[in-house]
Design a protein around this ligand. Sequence first.
Ligand SMILES: C[S@@+](CC[C@H](N)C(=O)[O-])C[C@H]1O[C@@H](n2cnc3c(N)ncnc32)[C@H](O)[C@@H]1O
Length: 271
Amino acid sequence: MNRESVVAKKKFGQNFLKDQSVLRQIVEAMPKNDNKIVEIGPGLGDLTKFLVDVKSVEAFEVDTDLCKLLQSTFKEEIATKRLHINCGDVLEAWQSELVSEPYDLVANLPYYIATNIILKALADPMCKNILVMVQLEVAEKFCASSGEKVFGSLGVIAQSVGTAQIVVKVPPTAFDPQPKVDSAVFLIQKKRDRNDKEFEDMLRVAFSQPRKTLVKNLSSKYDKKLLQEALEELELALTIRPHQVNTNDYHQLYKLTRSLDGRKDTRGSTK
Ligand SMILES: C[S@@+](CC[C@H](N)C(=O)[O-])C[C@H]1O[C@@H](n2cnc3c(N)ncnc32)[C@H](O)[C@@H]1O
């Protein structure tokens, strides 16, 4: 098989990035450090070509046809250990750490599992930075600030582990075949790992009905009166909507709700 005869497989989210200027912008946005690069879904190897020029790359590709093609395209880089290709589903290979040394994830991700991959990378202690192309809507959620309509649990999680910013927005014409949606490359620079499941459970409830008030949403999990006391302590209006609360206040609220939980139990036992 040669690259001209490859037919993109929809089931693997194959939209190959053809625009050379976007490929260059991805490489230019890479944080300068000694970390290894992990690329998920190298596809035809267009981004890989740029990456192996800069650093050594560990790649994960699910499509066995593309794996064979990559193995013949990158014979030399594989022989000199500049590139290692793992053939198979990255999600199956991913235990708590995807590789055993510090790495930056750089990829044009398959959109059908992009959010899942990013959340796993945020929790992976070996992953230090994430520079990925995803659907624009998803990038905007991770990079949103409080007050913006799209600010939700993904934005709070990203801000809790580090900083997130859009690098470049990319139109469908940059790909072959063209996706139906706009895309964007964005960068998360991690300062710590995502590791607080209970905090994220609270966020899920807080944003369960984004147009309702925060109190209304959280009262399905916490005593409403105690919740109101917590909001007053944080000087947050009782009418505040979930997207209007900032990340720091979500962490404060989480601490308070945990202590409130104790008080709720105490109140309950005296009834
Ligand atoms: C959007 S394409 C990007 C291809 C290439 N990096 C580019 O920029 O042109 C996504 C790639 O991810 C691969 N892929 C999809 N699901 C995967 C999975 N579960 N594990 C590893 N690779 C996967 C696809 O086969 C495809 O090569």
